[in-house]
Design a protein around this ligand. Structure first.
Ligand code: NAP
Length: 677
């Protein structure tokens, strides 16, 4: 029986109440599901997210929300075979599913671990350092980021029903913002199954995730200034949504990831026979056929030095000849059908348009013999490579996006011309450069960078481990300027920060220290009655300070340190040479000696709750220490955060080393302290 897709609204599965749209299988055209959002109250969904989901998520800390993502990732990983089974009807091969299903789950894991590692176990983030705003230090500024009390509306394209949903969900949930997700209708049955799995885990709090199967109705009318829309899809739809009155009037954050004519550029040095030439051919063919070319990041423009154009065309042709097209459920099939026959019709129309400026060198858009599939009822299509002899004079090859297994070869004469050709795409998600020549890399990368959100430089040294042209990664920015939508997603914490409000806070150091739970210079720093190294993590108090005794640094100390460590740099060992140095005016102590003496002054040596020193941040040597100087240290507990394991916590200390009244060194010391038993 054909499935009728349900939406998940107000924490209930809701069947459509109106005319249904048929969703055909990509393999043979049979109707696999029907969908409609008729009957949904979109305003009520938005209000529910704001009233129920938002508060529940914001009651949790970043670490707790990271825990939700991890739990979700583990549970989805156990059930992913169900999604694989469904995705075949979208045309996805097993390899395609690795990107969509496993890639999506991997993104949840990545955000879970980043949330634990790089965000505080709190409800807000302090971004950057303290800005001094007054002469005497009684008025300072910091920036804080807090979750916006709105809803994140995620509108996705059809090509990655799982990854697209999860790569948007992870940063929003980590930020503490509830999500209403709207998958593209042609593959909504996979997204619906994914949301069912998510809801069944019971991991997310009520109201944190709602799903619309079918059209978005009047959803956008209900959005206001604390809400975010993150859209992935075509430039036309994006334009329409961006210009929706509620989006402009209420300054709703609008992130767009849309079509782009990504380029791969072969460097002039990468002649036939070089590893880079072969890598280029392999990558272009791969990008044309993975997901049947229905990837926003796929290579559409193949930009090569004119003398090598013929050789490249032949090599790509030979490579494509080995690609088995057919039923994606078969293990021997490398490329499945497009998502639907209407999608294939759109790609054929795009190819027809491109043929006004380019000629086909490989493939026939109207003929293919799929293995185990029906060429008429299924949406199969052969990979098509076109060639445009004069791409600088052409327009369509830079503007028409054939969202399928299609790419156009374009010759160039100089690297500047290659850059100009890429720029004709008016902004892309990604470009790749294949070269082993430093100058070529320099010229191409910095020429291309303003036009692309990501640039991959491939050569023989990184190819084996490269993640490839077409793979957006959770740690790196996904998005691009201009035609690509001007948006940014993922990019590590950047993607999370997009859902947070950045606010500048101004006030006294003690007020801001209390608000941010982080000691700030100028805030009270009471002398610790018990050395903080003797306190366990739970009883260490932020602001507690140790003022040490002083110690004289002698020439003997410096020479001993030089002999002991082997660091006999002239500034420490050669009076004449040190005098000639513009900073020292004579021999000075090693910075590392000053650090070592500082530790000797502030540590409390006996075994206790302090377990380990694991690093220093923001170390600066501010003034040289000369032989005969007396140094002393002020050590202040700056910040505490739970550790990765339950039995210890991480403590950040402000360390200031003085000679007399002058600060000679300042840094943040990072230690691990045991929790209370
Ligand atoms: P699309 O037709 O623009 O649809 C994208 C999404 O917008 C779908 O969920 C669609 O829903 C929805 N939508 C359409 N009209 C809407 C409206 N008035 N209000 C709210 N939502 C609306 O794109 P597509 O055909 O699914 O995807 C292919 C395109 O997406 C290609 O151009 C490709 O380059 C681009 N893409 C870009 C990225 C990227 O990251 N930059 C990734 C993947 C794909 P319905 O399906 O229900 O109409």
């Amino acid at each position: 029986m054909t499935r009728i897709l349900e939406s998940y609204a107000l924490d209930r599965w809701t069947a459509p109440d109106g005319a249904l749209v048929d969703i055909p299988s990509a393999i043979d055209g049979r109707v696999v599901a029907r969908a409609s959002s008729a009957g949904l109250d979109f305003g009520a969904m938005v209000r529910y997210a704001r009233a129920i989901g938002g508060p529940a998520l914001r009651a949790l800390t970043f670490h707790q929300r990271a825990g939700l993502l991890k739990a979700l990732a583990v549970r989805l990983g156990e059930q992913k075979d169900a999604l694989y089974g469904l995705a075949a009807d979208t045309g996805a091969t097993r390899g395609d599913n690795l990107i969509d299903v496993d890639g999506g789950i991997g993104t949840l894991f990545a955000y879970a671990s980043r949330g634990h590692r790089d965000l505080p176990d709190q409800h807000f983030v302090v971004e950057g350092g303290v800005e001094p705003l007054s002469r005497n230090g009684s008025f300072v500024g910091v920036h804080v980021l807090t979750p916006r009390p709105g809803v994140a509306v995620h509108i996705n394209a059809f090509n990655f029903p799982c990854w697209g949903l999860l790569e948007k969900l992870a940063p929003a949930i980590l930020a503490g913002v509830p999500v209403i997700t709207k998958p593209a209708t042609p593959t909504a049955y996979v997204a619906e199954a994914l949301v069912r799995l998510i809801i069944e885990t019971g991991v997310l709090p009520a109201g944190a995730l709602q799903l619309i199967c079918g059209s978005a109705g009047d959803l956008l009318d209900h959005l206001s200034g604390q809400d975010t829309v993150s859209f992935t899809g075509s430039a036309d739809t994006s334009d329409r949504l961006r210009n929706h009155p509620a989006i402009g009037r209420n300054a709703v954050r609008f992130i767009a990831e849309r079509d782009s004519l990504n380029a791969a550029v072969l460097g002039p040095d990468a002649e036939p026979g070089t590893p880079e030439f072969d890598l280029f051919v392999k990558e272009v063919a791969r990008e044309m056929t993975v997901k049947a070319g229905q990837k926003c990041t796929a290579i559409r423009r193949v930009i090569v030095p004119r003398p090598h154009a013929q050789a490249i065309a032949e090599a790509i042709k030979a490579r494509l000849a080995g690609v088995v097209i057919g039923d994606p459920r078969r293990d021997d099939v490398r490329m499945g059908p497009l998502a639907s026959t209407s999608q294939r019709a759109a790609v054929r129309a795009a190819v027809a348009e491109l043929r006004q400026e380019a000629e086909i060198v490989v493939g026939d858009p109207d003929r293919v013999e799929p293995l185990g599939g029906d060429a008429d009822t299924g949406a199969f299509m052969a990979p098509i490579l076109l060639s445009c002899a004069n791409p600088l004079a052409a327009t369509r090859v830079h503007t028409v996006e054939p969202f399928g297994p299609v790419a156009t070869l374009m010759p160039y004469d100089t690297p500047d011309e290659a850059v100009a050709l890429v720029a004709r795409g008016e902004g892309s998600l990604v470009a790749s450069v294949f070269t082993h020549d430093g100058e070529v890399a320099d010229q191409l990368v910095f020429g291309l960078a303003p036009w692309n959100g990501r640039i991959l430089v491939i050569d023989r040294d990184c190819a084996k481990e490269s993640t490839g042209h077409g793979s957006p990664l959770p740690a790196l920015v996904h998005g691009g300027p201009g035609r690509a939508g001007g948006g940014e997603e993922m990019g590590g914490l950047r993607g999370v920060f997009g859902y947070l409000q950045r606010t500048a806070l101004q006030g006294s150091p003690s007020r801001l220290a209390a608000l941010t739970r982080r000691w700030i210079k100028g805030a009270p720093a009471p002398c610790a009655t018990v050395h903080p190294f003797r306190r366990d993590f739970d009883t260490i108090r932020i602001g507690d300070t140790v003022e040490t005794a002083s110690r004289k640094v002698t020439l003997d100390d410096i020479e001993h340190f030089a002999r002991f460590t082997g660091d006999a740099f002239y500034a420490h060992m050669d009076e004449e040479a040190a005098k000639a140095n513009p900073f020292f005016g004579g021999r000075v102590a090693h910075g590392y000696l000053v650090l070592a003496f500082a530790a000797g002054l502030f540590v409390d040596p006996a075994p206790g709750p302090l377990l380990a020193n694991y690093g220093l941040d923001n170390l600066r040597f501010l003034k040289p220490v000369a032989p005969g100087d007396d140094i002393h240290v002020r050590l202040t507990v700056m910040e505490k955060r739970p550790g990765r394991k339950a039995d210890y916590g991480e403590v950040r200390w402000d360390v200031e080393v003085f000679s007399g009244d002058a600060t000679v060194a300042r840094y943040e010391l990072l230690t691990l302290s045991a929790r209370a038993a």
